[in-house]
Design a protein around this ligand. Structure first.
Ligand code: T1G
Length: 677
């Protein structure tokens, strides 16, 4: 949306109806020149006596998808958005919004100042600002309650989910549905029917509905909204609409909007909005790189990961052939997939016939040769290099030319695995996160010899199955797990020095993480990577594992768990830690929460800087996307690398040096420049 293209709004006439058309690809965002064009063309249409009604529509794939987020934080240009909207609302001729694609945020606010709205059935209408840490700051929180009522307005603004047009019609948000292929004509015809009725300024309509919804939404979403400011600000504005005159409500909204706009949470969430889209781009890869066709997928291993991975493809109608060694394991794996789908169907996510259709394109087999016609084969067996190389050597002999051979390993050397084949260009990693059918993150691991089109295809198929795909280089733990390691190591050291599992976990939960290092260990399994020799106790983990404290799966780990898996601190664990401390002559001392932050989160930023310097991540924002979508890092803190900028890289370096860490040169550089990543 370059400043050089001001002609993004045009005006046409169809008899006595003027049609104002926005054309600002890719999503008709309300860039300065669009606001300017709207102001000019509406003024022209209103001044033209031959015009008796006005239609506002957009070219391209969608109606206005909101304010131009890329303009936020920049010097304001063009007319004030609210002034443009007021001029449309106060129009002396009926104005009809013709909606297709998405009418989102400022786009819906624009449609709300139009006196009537016509939409195609496939359209979606919503105010997703809360997902950017904001609120509809151009009258949306004051006009929505006047059109759809308090309940719907509170729900739409605080949750941010769009509403399909047919439902919007039922809610009164849309006045008429148009033909999918005749929106412009239908809107003009509708406008003509409103000439007699005249304008219907939304601000003059009465607010209706029950304000009790606001407390109900807060109660129902308390866990989901923990740490977020925006949902509560949205509800405060809708509540204000129920008791303040329109202009006072607008002023209250403006005040709340400004607070959010200049706060760190929205800056973080906007960062992630663009970071997520940036992550899909492969630096240096020609945009028109031809992707390989992926019409059939093979999955090796029907365990938890293999099953979850398969579900992603089946849900997109892509046939999967799943291989196991033993019939019993195969039946169990296929059974779990069906059980998961039936559980989702019971919650209304799928229709029973959809479950049958997905299970119908799943082919279980004990014969790996059945993967010969697959376009993509994903190996998801347990972590053992020899086993994986054996499988890839086998695949090399049976897979068709051009098939992509992917490993779901979470840390093993993909280049080493590729050496087992004669086609390393077709080998890469596709690291899914458990549960693989739920977690959105996918680390696509680029091997030294991975072909650009293979990489691009894996990234594209990742997006197709609803994942946020990020390119990672080959190193131990790739991006996410590599940064997790220093955190877990320091967490264990802090235990030895006097902190408790519950203290450390509380610091992380208060920070906004879904759980702390020890709750995470208990969920993943304390025995992961354990040498299985109960007589060999070299770490606190060994001691716990030797006592069968393997985590949630055995009802005890770093915590004891009740039947509902609620954790409680364990006296036995405290004893084990005390025992270890004494044997290693570690003095016990008071440890502050700040020290826990400095020694568990700052080293992650440090490791992130090393990952960037080594080129194992394309950009710092990719690291943020990994942690947001793979590890539950709070989106309102923007990810570890963005957060480092908020926290202060100089402060981080000073603390890391204080605690004796080797500081990454890139991080030192940023600290000297007092800049973020
Ligand atoms: N501003 C600027 N750029 C935008 C944009 C926006 N609002 N929306 C999308 N883009 C860019 C995006 O970065 C990408 O660029 C390209 O368009 C295609 O997007 C006052 C304050 C509309 C559902 O939150 O949800 O209004 O990567 O890949 O999958 O109250 O984009 O190609 O260079 O996502 O087809 C509220 C945000 C703004 C909607 C289309 N609006 N957009 O999805 O394409 S705040 C939103 C979306 C506001 C007012 C307030 C989606 C989409 P690039 P894409 P898509």
């Amino acid at each position: 949306m370059s400043e050089e293209t001001p002609n993004s709004v045009t005006l046409e006439k169809d008899g006595n109806v003027a049609v104002v058309i926005v054309n600002n690809p890719p999503v008709n965002a309300l860039s300065w020149h669009v606001r300017e064009g709207l102001a000019n063309h509406f003024a022209a249409a209103l001044a033209d006596d031959s015009v008796e009604a006005i239609v506002l529509r957009c070219d391209g794939s969608t109606f206005i998808a909101g304010a131009d987020i890329s303009e936020f934080g920049k010097a304001p240009r063009g007319p004030d958005f609210n002034a443009v909207l007021n001029s449309i609302e106060q129009a002396t001729k009926p104005v009809v919004a013709a909606i297709h694609g998405t009418a989102l945020g400022g786009g819906l606010e624009t449609a709300l100042v139009c006196h009537y709205r016509v939409a195609v059935p496939s359209a979606k209408l919503g105010v997703p600002e809360v997902k950017l840490g904001l609120l509809p700051g151009a009258g949306g929180t004051q006009r929505l309650p006047r059109v759809v009522g308090v309940e719907a307005a509170a729900t739409m603004t605080s949750l941010g989910d769009p509403v399909p047009a047919p439902k919007a019609k039922d809610m009164g948000l849309v006045d008429a549905l148009a033909g999918e292929d005749s929106l412009a004509a239908d809107a003009i015809a509708f406008a003509r029917t409103k000439i007699a009725d005249g304008p219907r300024p939304t601000r003059e309509r009465a607010v209706f509905g029950d304000v009790a919804i606001i407390e109900q939404l807060k109660t129902a979403n308390a866990k989901r909204w923990r740490g977020f400011d925006a949902p509560y600000a949205n509800l405060a504005c809708v509540e204000a609409a129920t008791r303040l005159p329109f202009d006072e409500g607008l002023a209250f909204e403006r005040q709340e909007f400004t607070k959010l706009m200049f706060g760190s949470q929205s800056a973080a969430q906007r960062h992630i909005f663009f970071a997520e889209r940036q992550a899909a781009k492969i630096d240096g890869l020609p945009k028109d790189t031809a992707l390989r066709d992926v019409k059939k997928v093979g999955v090796i291993g029907a365990g938890t990961m293999g099953g979850g991975i398969s579900m992603n493809f089946l849900q997109k109608g892509i046939p999967v052939t799943i291989v196991e060694m033993q019939q019993e394991a195969l039946d169990r794996g296929v059974g779990v997939i069906r059980k998961n789908y039936e559980a989702s169907a019971a919650k209304g996510r799928f229709k029973p016939e959809q479950v049958e259709a997905m299970m119908g394109i799943l082919t279980p087999t004990l014969n790996i040769e059945d993967l010969a016609d697959c376009d993509l084969i994903i190996e998801a067996v347990y972590e053992n290099m020899d086993v994986k190389k054996e499988i890839f050597a086998k695949l090399d002999s049976i897979a068709k030319p051009g098939a992509i051979l992917a490993s779901n390993t979470s840390y093993l050397d993909v280049d080493e695995i590729a050496t087992a084949t004669s086609r390393p260009g077709d080998v890469l990693g596709m690291h899914f996160f458990s549960p693989a059918n739920v977690m959105k993150l996918l680390e696509v691991v680029r091997g030294e010899k991975t072909a650009p089109d293979a990489l691009a295809t894996a990234m594209a198929i990742g997006k197709k199955i609803g994942k946020v795909a990020v390119v990672a280089g080959v190193c131990d733990g790739f991006i996410g797990n590599r940064m997790l390691k220093p955190r877990q190591v320091e967490a264990m050291n802090l235990l030895m020095e006097g902190a408790t599992p519950q203290q450390i976990d509380k610091v992380h939960v208060d920070f906004g993480m879904p759980m702390g290092p020890f709750q995470m260990s208990d969920l993943a399994g304390v025995d992961i990577g354990w040498h299985r020799d109960p007589t060999r106790i070299e770490s606190i983990r060994d001691a716990l594992a030797a006592k069968g404290r393997w985590g949630q799966k055995t009802g005890k780990g770093f915590y004891d768990y009740d039947e509902k898996r609620n954790p409680t601190p364990s006296a036995e664990v405290a004893e084990i830690i005390e025992d270890f401390r004494q044997h290693s002559n570690k003095a016990k001392r008071e440890i502050s929460d700040q020290e826990i932050i400095e020694r568990t989160l700052y080293p992650m930023v440090n490791e992130g800087a090393l990952i960037l310097t080594e080129g194992k991540a394309q950009r710092a924002s990719d690291i943020d996307v990994v942690w947001i979508y793979g590890y539950g890092w709070p989106v309102y803190r923007g990810g570890p690398m963005f957060w480092a900028g908020l926290e202060g890289t100089d402060k981080i370096v000073a603390a890391l040096e204080k605690h004796g860490f080797a500081v990454a040169p890139l991080l030192k550089e940023k600290a000297e420049a007092k800049s973020g990543f």
